[in-house]
Design a protein around this ligand. Structure first.
Ligand code: FO1
Length: 310
């Protein structure tokens, strides 16, 4: 079983590579739920939907989120009726949130909903939320404390970040099967996701880091930072706000006690000696996932660094 710790868009694209080099039914994605929030009275789960819809082949390929060719008739009417329209939810996207909210209200767990959705959409990869308990990520800024999505989307990540509050580090428990998947994996991959708000909440769950350190499986990360910048999203200001160096070396340091190896981009080749000095194996390659071939290549390099033939 290949286990992938996943956030949103970058992780979903990486998973498209993993399923090209390993049978999808042998892959388990453990997905961040720190971005989850309530809007329109619905439970929105962005990263679960991004991973599920990407693997189902229905994601909007340019944005990396939302359903391809979706329409926004409902959102327009929500606006006319005074509802919030800052979070762009298409008509098909809303069906996911309406159905999820109904199932949760009927007493089903987020895990069972995520599993039902991925089966309904024909996804063979097992998709586990990191937790079935609320574990929102809040961003502390000069203008106050905001849920991550409010900081990122509504306020366009313009606030100066003072800190991050991970509720995953508190009462939330790993979802059923999460610790077992890691303990029993043949390889654990940390996808190229934001180390603070996408991977961070997963690692903050009780028992998660210990299980990663104890698993006999090789643990390999793919750096989401290339040349000191993120391919997508606010990783750099968030890493700086929590004292991480915004570089592939900074990512390696953040995960060093958990990793056997890390894949970094060719532009960061000069950082390899410093990363190896942390006791990590390093693979240097082109990590930009332009298309299916590059995604498969990146997955193959990550698995090979862990000694697994993908
Ligand atoms: N990101 C945006 O920047 N703007 C949006 O309007 C937006 C809507 C949206 C709807 C559904 C969904 O699953 C994701 C959505 N995202 C949007 C992406 C999301 O904000 C983040 O990219 C992820 O949560 C981070 O991984």
């Amino acid at each position: 079983m290949i286990v992938v710790l996943a956030g949103g868009v970058g992780a979903a694209r990486f998973l498209e590579g993993v399923v090209q080099v390993a049978p999808p039914a042998t892959v388990t994605a453990i997905v961040n739920t720190g971005d989850d929030f309530e809007l329109h009275g619905l439970t929105i789960a962005p990263d679960l939907d991004i991973v599920t819809c990407t693997l189902a082949g229905v994601i909007d390929p340019l944005q990396g989120w939302g359903i391809a060719e979706d329409t926004t008739a409902c959102l327009e009417w929500l606006g006319r009726l005074g509802g919030p329209t800052w979070f762009k939810l298409g008509d098909r996207d809303l069906a996911l949130h309406i159905r999820r909210t109904a199932l949760l209200r009927a007493g089903h767990t987020l895990s069972s909903v995520a599993d039902a959705f991925r089966r309904a959409l024909g996804v063979a990869v097992r998709i586990l939320p990191m937790s079935d308990d609320p574990a929102p990520t809040h961003i502390l800024t000069d203008a106050g404390e905001f849920h991550f999505e409010e900081y990122l989307v509504r306020r366009r990540a313009q606030d100066s970040v003072r800190g991050v509050r991970l509720h995953a580090a508190g009462a939330a428990a790993p979802a059923p099967g999460v610790l077992e998947a890691i303990a029993g994996a043949t390889a654990v991959l940390i996808a190229p996701s934001n180390p603070v708000v996408s991977v961070g909440p997963i690692l903050a769950l009780p028992g998660l880091r210990e299980t990663l350190r104890a698993t006999p499986a090789p643990v390999v990360a793919v750096s989401p930072i290339v040349g000191g910048a993120a391919i997508k999203g606010p990783a750099v200001p968030l890493m700086r706000a929590v004292g991480m160096e915004a570089s592939a070396l900074g990512v390696a340091r953040a995960y060093a006690d958990l990793l056997d190896g890390i894949v970094i981009d060719a532009v960061d080749a000069d950082l390899a000696p410093a990363i190896e000095a942390l006791g990590l194996r390093v693979a240097v390659t082109d990590t930009i996932m332009r298309g299916p071939r590059e995604k498969a290549h990146l997955a193959r390099v990550a698995l090979a660094l862990g000694g697994v033939n993908g």
